[in-house]
Design a protein. Structure first.
Length: 340
């Protein structure tokens, strides 16, 4: 087949770096250009040292018009994709890694992202890109809104329970993330001396992924439960670990719970069910989500672990691209973690 000609908007951050790490070695992709205005003219390998000697690409400023492309990846800060998407030629597919088109309600977006939405009419054309719950819609989509990292870990842990009508009452999600989730630019709360010996909660009850999670759970099944969602800063660079506390409508033995998840994810190569607790080290640098369980009668704890930059961002975006272009969704994503 002809190679898929792609461009990456926003290639200097961690998400853009991971897209390059995956796409440069994807057997069916040609990266035509990658933008990074502040690094325009610099070789990619000079900015991302892990790619030194592996590509001749240099960063460019965003062109005024584009042609002869099949797909663009938008790995930009929130608020920038909404300026680009309405101007894309109709024949070009797009995958947005920001939050610009995840939420259908303008007021909800503006409340959680603290900025006006200038292209909400374009949102109707987007498919939510959680591959394991939206696979068939993604195959036929032109525009994909890639899920947030916390949302990915949480939704994969809850989707089988919601789809099977299992839950009763309140659901509590206690989620922790590494510092790379805050982006490549240093800030007072992500500077290494601050982060390495620190542990703290942030955005209690107000995290922007909450409405995204609830919106998708309503799509998955009959979601009427109260969600309490708390996020914490973890003193590691990569990974998200979510502990999801819930109650079932009846006593649910662990083997029955495991069978429920195995059935739901029977076609999901990148979801692995583990015994006991997963570990972020097992999924680091990979596109896997590892899920484990603990059960006591009606009380359930679901443990979910992902790499926030891969399954929580760039890897899932490439997984979606594969589906959109008729490829096996594993193509280019057979990434193995390290031990330790």
């Amino acid at each position: 087949m002809n190679k898929i000609r792609v461009a990456i908007y926003g290639g200097s951050g961690y998400g853009g770096s991971e897209l390059l790490r995956i796409l440069l070695f994807h057997p069916h992709v040609e990266v035509v250009f990658v933008t990074a205005n502040e690094h325009a003219g610099k070789p990619v390998g000079e900015v991302h040292r892990n790619l030194n000697g592996l590509t001749d690409l240099s960063f460019v400023t965003a062109p005024e018009s584009i042609e002869n492309l099949d797909c663009v990846f938008l790995a930009l800060p929130h608020g920038q994709a909404m300026d680009i998407v309405p101007r894309l030629p109709a024949e070009i597919k797009a995958i947005d890694l920001s939050g610009d088109f995840r939420l259908r309600d303008r007021a909800v977006f503006e409340k959680h992202y603290k900025q006006p939405h200038t292209a909400i009419e374009a949102q109707a054309g987007f498919v939510y890109g959680l591959t394991e719950t939206n696979r068939e819609a993604i195959r036929d989509a032109r525009l994909i809104s890639n899920p947030g990292c916390f949302a990915t870990a949480t939704l994969l842990g809850l989707a089988p329970l919601v789809a099977n009508g299992t839950l009763s009452g309140r659901v509590i999600v206690d989620a922790k993330t590494g510092s790379s989730g805050s982006g490549a630019k240093a800030a007072s709360n992500t500077h290494h001396p601050q982060r390495m010996n620190s542990f703290y909660a942030y955005k209690p009850f107000t995290h922007q992924h909450v409405p995204e999670i609830e919106q998708e759970l309503e799509h998955v099944g009959d979601w009427t439960n109260e969600l309490v969602f708390m996020t914490h800063s973890l003193p590691v660079s990569r990974g998200i670990f979510a502990s999801i506390y819930a109650e079932s409508k009846r006593d649910l033995p662990e083997d029955e719970l495991r069978t429920m998840f195995a059935d739901y994810y029977r076609d999901a190569f990148f979801v692995r069910l583990v015994n006991g607790s997963p570990d972020i080290n097992w999924v680091k640098t990979t596109n896997f989500c590892d899920i484990g369980f603990a059960v006591r009668g009606k009380q359930l704890v679901i443990f979910s672990a992902i790499d926030n930059l891969v399954k929580g961002a760039a890897g899932q975006a490439v997984q979606n691209m594969n589906l959109m272009f008729g490829l096996d969704e594993k193509t280019g994503l057979m990434l193995v973690g390290t031990n330790p």
